[in-house]
Each structure stands twice: as structure tokens, then as C-alpha cells.
Design a protein around this ligand. Structure first.
Ligand code: SF4
Ligand code: SF4
Length: 250
């Protein structure tokens, strides 16, 4: 029997699920070996009780998300977190800093606290349940997604890259942004995207999350020599890494 797969969306803009619809080159290969029993973006039915692989997009922001994830972990043999929101907390986790209650009023007006009931401080999926595989990025890269899904279906271990982005960027022979006196988060960002943004002429904003091998202090020194403060670096890093991770290089 083909492995039964569900795709679940938590708090996100569904961009990574949309990105999944762009896997034309591999679509038939993928659909040929799985039984896609539920896809939140494309299904009108309810999530089934039984499945083998759960693909989870989005950050955890409500008590309902906690219940969904509990079910996912109890049921699925393999859980794949896709996209920055699910892997690091991403943009939603910006709200994990400061007073969450105060934000309700900013967004929903006077009755904000009532409208927003059941909401919790945003966090990545791994802060709630064990995650077996990760596809970081905002949005995900479709080729990487297919590779990781294949590893999950074959029962192979997660093989996410830990090293910072700069080595891959150098191999693409890009002119470094630091040679142009511009800030780039490549030195502290997890590689695996092939330095996509730099190759397209833009500095890395860190969407794949902090590399566990990141040397933040070295980057602070480099930036302070260029008149950029630690606070400014922290502000930039926080875009995709606002959730306070235990064991983070920060
Ligand atoms: S452009 Fe960015 S990613 Fe590339 S080498 Fe320089 S700092 Fe690293
Ligand atoms: S270069 Fe940086 S921001 Fe761009 S895709 Fe890669 S990790 Fe994300």
C-alpha cells in the first residue's frame, strides 16, 4: 500500500503549500508513490484519522495547533516541517518577543483579546513535537522538498546542511556583499539554497535560519568595523529567527 500523506497548514500565508503545486517536474513521480489523502490547501474534507507521513507548514500560534500537532505526532511515522514558519518560527515568531496581549489590540482593535482567544506565543513545530525532517526556506525550494520527501518515504535520516552559506556562495563565484559594504546574513545562515538570493543580486536575509556553526561574534566584529551595530545585526537576524532557541549560536 502506498504511504498515506497529509499536508497540514498552521499559521502561515500558505506560500510553501503553493510552492508544492510548482513541482511540475517531479509531480508524477511523487504522486505515483504516495497516497495524498489530505492537503489542507486543496481539500474540502476533514483530515483522516490514519496516515503515515505528515507534512506540516506554518508556525504554532493557537491552542488548536497544539491539538493538531499532538494528533500528528501520535499518528504519523514521519513528520516533515516545511518552510521557515514551521522550521524556525519564521515571520510569525516576530510576535514571540514582547507583550503578545498588547498586540491583540493593535491588530483586532478594542475587543482584540476576545477575538484572539486561544492564541499562544508563536513557535516552530519542533518546540511542540519531535520533527523528523526539515525543509527550511521562505518559501521552500521544490527540488529540496522532493529530495526530503523521498528520504522520508525511504526511511533515510534527515540530512539538512549545518554549515553557513558563504562557502556555497563562493563556489558560485559571486562578488561578496561585504566587498561592496553591504550587509549579508550569509556568514550565519544555514546553507542549502545555493546562495539563491546572492546569485540574483540581493543579500541573504537568513530565511533558512541560523547555522548551528554560525560565529555571531565574528560577524559582529566585522560589522562594527563597518559602522553597523550589534543591535542592527540582531534586528536583521530576528526576521526569521525571533524565536528563542535553546542551544542557538546567539
Ligand atoms: S555575498 Fe553573502 S553569502 Fe556570499 S560570501 Fe558574501 S557574505 Fe557570504
Ligand atoms: S540566500 Fe538567504 S534569504 Fe535567500 S534563499 Fe538562501 S537562505 Fe534564504
Amino acid at each position: 500500500m502506498a504511504p498515506r500523506v497529509v499536508v497540514v497548514g498552521l499559521a502561515s500565508d500558505f506560500g510553501c503549500q503553493v510552492q508544492m503545486t510548482n513541482i511540475e517536474d517531479h509531480l508524477l513521480d511523487v504522486l505515483g508513490v504516495i497516497d495524498l489523502v489530505y492537503w489542507q490547501l486543496a481539500s474540502s474534507g476533514h483530515m483522516p484519522e490514519e496516515y503515515d507521513v505528515a507534512i506540516v507548514e506554518g508556525a504554532v500560534t493557537t491552542e488548536e495547533h497544539l491539538r493538531v500537532l499532538e494528533h500528528v505526532r501520535q499518528t504519523a511515522a514521519a513528520v516533515i516541517a516545511i518552510g521557515s514558519c514551521a522550521v524556525t518560527g519564521g515571520i510569525p515568531a516576530l510576535a514571540s518577543r514582547g507583550d503578545l496581549e498588547a498586540r491583540y489590540g493593535c491588530v483586532y482593535g478594542e475587543d482584540g483579546a476576545a477575538v484572539a482567544c486561544g492564541r499562544i506565543s508563536p513557535m516552530p513545530v519542533h518546540a511542540v513535537i519531535d520533527v523528523d525532517y526539515r525543509v527550511p526556506g521562505c518559501p521552500i525550494d521544490t527540488d529540496e522538498f522532493v529530495r526530503v520527501l523521498s528520504r522520508a518515504l525511504l526511511g533515510l535520516a534527515d540530512r539538512i546542511s549545518d554549515e553557513p552559506l558563504c562557502a556555497a556562495c563562493k563556489m558560485k563565484e559571486n562578488v561578496c556583499f561585504y566587498d561592496r559594504s553591504e550587509v549579508c546574513l550569509g556568514p550565519v545562515t544555514r546553507s542549502g539554497c545555493g546562495a539563491r538570493c546572492v546569485c540574483l543580486g540581493r543579500p541573504c536575509t537568513g530565511c533558512r535560519g541560523l547555522s548551528p556553526e554560525a560565529n555571531i561574534e565574528s560577524l559582529v566584529e566585522l560589522l562594527e568595523e563597518r559602522g553597523v551595530s550589534r543591535a542592527e545585526l540582531e534586528r536583521r537576524i530576528s526576521l526569521y529567527n525571533a524565536f528563542e532557541e535553546e542551544g542557538s549560536p546567539r
